[in-house]
Write a protein that binds this ligand. Structure first.
Ligand SMILES: *Cc1c(COP(=O)(O)O)cnc(C)c1O
Length: 480
């Protein structure tokens, strides 16, 4: 492709992207295709000869777009958001054109220095306080792996990196049954073994019970194991539970255990000073992650990992120990020593664009609006006799179920709700996912798409109510 063609197609693509973002509401939110349907339209072998961009793009529109789930649709209420924004998309285009690989300072000083700066802006925006250093990771999962590996090395005086595991290195990790599966996965990868991940009991609000945590740590110590890390969650994926950092942090201090905080989703709400209740006790925390690529208008991927002691992180990951002193003395940072992989994309650019073009006030306004929308809808549902709130609105997430008065068999209620969820998602008008809340099947309602407004949430509610009630009526008449 020559420069003229690049320019022509590029302009056309920007037009396409602008139209897409303007009109994304016209697509079904969840892809309405069966497994294999897209693959069947793709040739089994690669093209021998170069193909025309117009043809490639035509196939993108014809084959690919119908097989997409539209995460930027304002009626996307599934999982957690992975929202983007126009400034973020523009920066991502520049990143692609620059093709920067910022593994060390020298391979693009601006990439490294901008990252250091915007991560410190983020630290200030979240109100984390002093004494935190940030680095961009691809995902929260990877950041949690970094935390677990650093904790492992600290617990063994950096021994496992040197000599591998020994019989006495029986390390344990602690979380709850509500914790994201990334913790268990990473504990496996880090060599702890799944058996040595303790799931601590939670209270009615889905939060770890600190006394139970301390009992488990003491029992492991007494059995000759080494408690290495607690992963506390702010905003669990199922029902939005918040583990209490202060009492957990005090326990970690007492027993010299690393405390990592997974705030992948909820961390974005810290832009609002009134939501900082959740980081009470942050001074006891060793590492903290949240995803700007979830709820802070920065397109996937961009995960913000903050640590108290960058030296511990670097010591865990560095492959050139003599180089550390150089970094320590503040002359230059080589981010390749701050994570698992060597190469790294220039992700700081989109974060910089987003933070500047929204401004802190713009970020606050959007996040606060999402939270208010979720509260309002949860209140409306609670006021209806045939809807039940199973997990109250925490930030912009709550869980509910349909529960008509004449049905009290739990199995039947679950069946009704599974059918309701399927009907809603097949309508293409909105997209929701499920969770098990205290043993009961629930439908999650999660708000966080950049362009979601009051009318989208209210239209979703109308459809949920109508679909649930007409489904019940239809069944009743079929039985009669
Ligand atoms: C989304 C999420 C994760 C995983 O995030 P990735 O960036 O996709 O790895 C981990 N923990 C929690 C609480 C989450 O919500």
């Amino acid at each position: 492709m020559n420069s003229d063609e690049f320019r022509r197609h590029g302009h056309a693509f920007v037009d396409w992207m602008a139209d897409y973002l303007d009109n994304v509401e016209q697509y079904p939110v969840k892809a309405q295709v069966a497994p294999g349907e897209i693959a069947a339209q793709l040739p089994a072998g690669p093209p021998e000869r170069p193909e025309d961009m117009a043809e490639i793009f035509g196939d993108f529109e014809r084959i690919i777009v119908p097989g997409l789930t539209h995460w930027q649709h304002p009626s996307f209420f599934a999982y957690f958001p992975a929202n983007n924004s126009r400034p973020s998309v523009l920066a991502e285009m520049l990143t692609a054109a620059l093709g920067t690989q910022g593994m060390i300072w020298e391979t693009s000083p601006a990439a490294t220095e901008l990252e250091t700066r915007v991560m410190d802006w983020l630290r200030q925006i979240l109100g984390l306080g002093d004494g935190w250093t940030g680095v961009i990771q691809d995902t929260a999962s990877t950041a949690i792996l970094c935390a677990i590996l650093t904790a492992r090395e600290r617990a063994t005086n950096y021994g496992i990196n040197e000599r591998g595991f020994r019989a006495e290195d029986r390390l344990t990790a602690y979380c709850s049954g509500e914790t994201h599966s990334a913790t268990e996965k990473n504990a496996k990868i880090a060599g702890f073994g799944r058996e040595n991940v303790r799931q601590i009991a939670v209270d009615d609000g889905f939060a770890i019970i600190p006394a139970e945590l301390e009992t488990a740590i003491k029992a492991d110590k007494a059995a000759g194991r080494r408690p290495a890390i607690v992963v506390a969650s702010l905003g669990t994926t199922g029902a939005g539970g918040f583990d209490p950092l202060r009492p957990i942090g005090e326990i970690c201090r007492r027993h010299d255990v690393w405390l990592h905080v997974d705030a992948a989703w909820a961390g974005s709400a810290l832009v609002l000073p009134e939501q900082r209740w959740m980081i009470d006790g942050i001074e006891h925390v060793d590492s903290f992650v949240f995803n700007p690529h979830k709820w802070l208008f920065t397109n996937f991927d961009c995960s913000a990992y903050f640590v108290r002691d960058p030296d511990a992180l670097i010591r865990t990951f560095s492959i050139l120990p003599e180089f550390l002193k150089h970094a320590e003395h503040g002359r230059a940072i080589d981010y390749r020593d701050w994570h698992v992989q060597l190469g790294r994309r220039f992700r700081a650019l989109k974060l910089w664009f987003v933070l500047r073009s929204f401004g802190v006030s713009g970020l606050r306004a959007r996040v606060a609006a999402h939270i208010a929308l979720a509260r309002e809808l949860a209140g409306q549902m609670a006021a209806e006799p045939d809807f039940e709130i199973l997990a109250p609105a925490r930030l912009a997430l709550f869980c509910f179920r349909y529960h008509p008065a004449d049905v009290d068999d739990e199995v039947e209620i679950e069946r009704l709700n599974k059918r309701l969820l399927r009907a809603l998602n097949e309508s293409g008008a909105l997209y929701l996912t499920q969770a098990i809340v205290a043993g009961r099947y629930a439908i999650r309602f999660s708000i966080g798409q950049t362009e979601t407004q009051h009318r989208h949430v209210q239209a979703a509610w109308d459809r949920i109510r109508d679909t649930a009630r007409s489904g019940s009526k239809r069944e009743a008449s079929e039985e009669a």
